[in-house]
Design a protein around this ligand. Structure first.
Ligand SMILES: *Cc1c(COP(=O)(O)O)cnc(C)c1O
Length: 410
């Protein structure tokens, strides 16, 4: 009753009712025949991952910081998840920090790392020009606070050359951040070599591993990185859950403060179902990675064969790349028009990165690779996943060809 008096009665005509109406609308879409080719944006959660998570919502609901029995069961689940992730990336358990996702892990690594390095008189940060917005945002914030930030250019193929970092790095450089795999082009960056350069000059090296984790097996030790981020929903796990690996001995400042969770470095009641789901999804992903990559390669090949009759189509990015990410330039076709026309026919693709596609700004990644603004507006990203089939690849290609031809005529 007290709540009702202070906050008003929320049981009347209210937003919840409208949301229910929306729910109905959206579940209908599930039943439509859709070909989802936007796995770099997110992936559908695996049902078996949901099964692992379910007990941790209503039954084992404890706060992992509570010392009583129900809390301890939550702690056990979190410990298991942490041990699982640590083993899979070649880290120690106390080097794995759970976050609310890739964005928070990226923000934390760059800002927390830069702050800690400033204590040592190092106020220069180096990031690549093709980083995800979660990293670029952190760079902008640091610039406003008086750090100097250098953005490394990439070559036409879309990767950062070691010599470019060699030239940019100074004794004042505290942190270098270059992603493992670019989310728009799928181009794999030479992270190991870059990390070595950073280390030799006394700078921390951070890599955004969000796009790499679903497709590339790695050990943080072999990579030689100080920090690495990844996110559960890019490998068929739940959204809103991620990891920041921080090597033992590396000091970074906290980013989310309040509670003493995550070894006192990341406050906030632990998302127990989330971390359970993350670990399960990552385990499944690593177990099936080679087979999935092989399958994805075939699907992408079927798609490319299917569109081979189209002229004026080129692939952006070169060198080592993920098998399932195709960044295509379709001459004479506006990418947003193409996206919506394909969507009407049930084919889901992307323009640039999902986060920026609400706006019509051309992709900063493609511009950094030397494309003009006009060229960048002719580019789309198609990203396949292990849940796609070769038939879907072929069918999507057929629709793609027809749609491009009709847009060109128009
Ligand atoms: C998706 C993505 C992120 C953001 O991760 P969220 O968990 O969605 O916040 C960061 N970096 C890259 C490369 C990504 O692809």
């Amino acid at each position: 009753m007290i709540c009702v008096l202070i906050f008003g009665d929320v049981r009347g005509e209210n937003c919840c009712k409208r949301e229910l109406a929306n729910d109905k609308k959206w579940t209908k879409i599930e039943k439509m025949d859709r070909i989802y080719l936007d796995h770099a944006a997110t992936t559908p959660m695996e049902k078996s991952v949901l099964d692992k998570m379910l007990p941790y919502f209503c039954e084992v609901f404890g706060n992992a910081d509570s010392p009583h029995g129900i809390g301890r069961r939550a702690v056990n689940a979190v410990d298991d998840a942490r041990a699982c992730v640590a083993a899979l990336i070649g880290a120690k358990m106390n080097e794995v920090y759970f976050t609310s996702g890739g964005t928070e892990a990226d923000n934390w690594a760059v800002i927390g790392g830069a702050y800690a390095q400033r204590e040592k008189g190092k106020d220069h940060v180096i990031l690549s020009a093709i980083e995800h917005h979660a990293v670029l945002y952190a760079g902008e914030k640091l610039e406003k606070e008086g750090f100097s930030v250098t953005y490394l250019p990439v070559n036409r193929e879309g990767f950062v050359e070691s010599s470019v970092l060699q030239e940019a790095i100074t004794e004042r450089t505290g942190l270098v951040g270059v992603m493992m795999v670019n989310n728009e082009t799928g181009v794999i960056q030479p992270v190991r070599a870059l990390a070595e350069i950073a280390k030799s000059r006394g700078a921390l090296f951070f890599t955004d591993g969000v796009q790499a984790a679903p497709y590339i097996p790695f050990s943080v030790q072999a990579l030689g990185v100080d920090m690495l981020s990844f996110s559960s929903h890019k490998f068929f796990g739940p959204k809103g859950c991620g990891v920041l690996y921080v090597k033992n001995g590396v000091k970074i400042e906290k980013f989310v403060g309040g509670g003493e969770q995550e070894r006192g470095l990341r406050g906030g009641t632990t998302n127990v179902p989330g971390v359970v789901g993350l670990a399960e999804a990552y385990q499944q992903n690593v177990d099936t990675m080679y087979a999935s990559n092989e399958k994805i390669k075939q699907i992408a090949r079927r798609f490319m064969e299917g569109i081979s009759s189209l002229s004026g189509v080129s692939i952006n990015g070169g060198g080592e790349k993920l098998p399932g990410v195709l960044n295509l330039r379709v001459e004479g076709v506006n990418n947003v028009d193409l996206l919506y026309k394909l969507d009407l026919q049930g084919v889901c693709i992307a323009v640039g990165s999902a986060c920026a596609s609400g706006s019509i700004a051309p992709s900063h990644v493609l511009l950094a690779m030397g494309l003009t603004e006009t060229e960048a507006r002719e580019c789309v990203r198609i990203s396949f996943g292990r849940d796609n089939t070769e038939e879907e690849g072929a069918k999507a290609a057929e629709i793609f060809v027809k749609t491009v031809e009709s847009l060109r005529k128009f």
